[in-house]
Design a protein around this ligand. Structure first.
Ligand code: FES
Length: 302
């Protein structure tokens, strides 16, 4: 009884945030500002998006300030006078760690739109307020005003609880940061997708493996096929630029993927594209997925 009431209240609250279009001008301005350095530097995009690690960096970094700050509150409650110095250090550590954590979050946020952008905006504003409270707490502790420092940290922790829930909503309910092909089914049997004569050299084409869009290209006499939906935010890769070095540049945010194996080379994407096996039989191009599909990729109807 209580759990569904809490669930419904939170859902209703986040639903309101998602529909609050009055946030758009300021949120869009903020996103445009965040995109400027990202558009200018591939290296910065790769670092902040976690391209090398294969997963978004923000959820990894976020544990440092949250852990440090909650540790400080724990010491405030249980550490007595001996815990004060350590609690002050933990608050300071959380403040320092909040800087790279915010940058990675801003990078992820810059590439979402609409409802996700609004929720992300409120998440960021709430986290900034929490950072302000912890900064005030740190200064208060440095001036030996530990009761004030404890109270400010407590307020920050409460705020973080809410903003953390919003961050979870973005990932688990809205799928921000999730590989957009995670649920794509793919046939492990050979499937005819296109007459061979219809494919022109170095011109990527969209074909379908059942309902799953696949990018097909022939270059240097070799056929290649990778998932067409960009793992980052789902752009149709066949509309992107095919480069001389055998890569496709995403038309939305310029992630770069090698078509021979789907490997992501440049972000903001951090997941590679699924690669397919390709062959020709009797003038027809066929493809299949080499791997057994994961459980979430299995069609439950069939
Ligand atoms: S959709 Fe963002 S890089 Fe492809």
């Amino acid at each position: 009884m209580l759990s569904w009431r809490i669930n419904r209240t939170l859902d209703s609250l986040v639903g309101r945030i998602e529909r609050t279009t009055v946030l758009d001008p300021i949120a869009n301005r903020g996103a445009a500002l965040a995109l400027k350095p990202l558009d200018a530097s591939v290296g910065l995009r790769n670092v902040l998006s976690g391209t090398a690690g294969g997963h978004p960096l923000h959820p990894v970094l976020v544990v440092v300030p949250i852990g440090a700050w909650l540790g400080a509150s724990y010491l405030d409650l249980t550490g007595g006078q001996q815990g004060r110095a350590a609690a002050t250090k933990l608050v300071g550590l959380g403040i320092a760690a909040a800087v790279p954590t915010s940058l990675t979050g801003a990078s992820d946020w810059a590439y979402v739109r609409g409802a996700e952008r609004r929720v992300g905006f409120v998440h960021a504003v709430g986290n900034s307020l929490a950072l302000g409270l912890y900064t005030g707490s740190w200064f208060a502790r440095r001036r030996q005003r530990f009761a004030l420092g404890t109270a400010l940290a407590g307020g920050g922790a409460l705020l973080l609880g809410f903003t953390g829930w919003l961050g979870g909503h973005l990932s688990y309910a809205r799928g921000v940061g999730v590989d957009t092909t995670a649920f794509d089914g793919a046939s492990t049997d050979w499937v005819d997708v296109l007459p061979e004569a219809e494919l022109l050299d170095d011109q990527p084409m969209l074909v379908r493996d059942g309902r799953t869009p696949v990018l097909l290209v022939r270059t240097g006499g070799q056929l290649y096929a990778i998932a067409d939906r960009c793992t980052h935010r789902g752009a149709p890769l066949h509309e992107g630029e095919f480069t001389d070095d055998g890569c496709i540049i995403c038309p939305w945010h310029q992630s770069k993927f090698r078509v021979s194996d789907g490997q992501v080379l440049d972000g903001p994407a951090n997941r590679s594209q699924q690669a397919y096996e390709v062959r020709t039989r009797y003038g027809s191009i066929q493809l299949r997925h080499a791997d057994e599909p994961g459980s979430l990729r299995t069609d439950p109807i069939s």
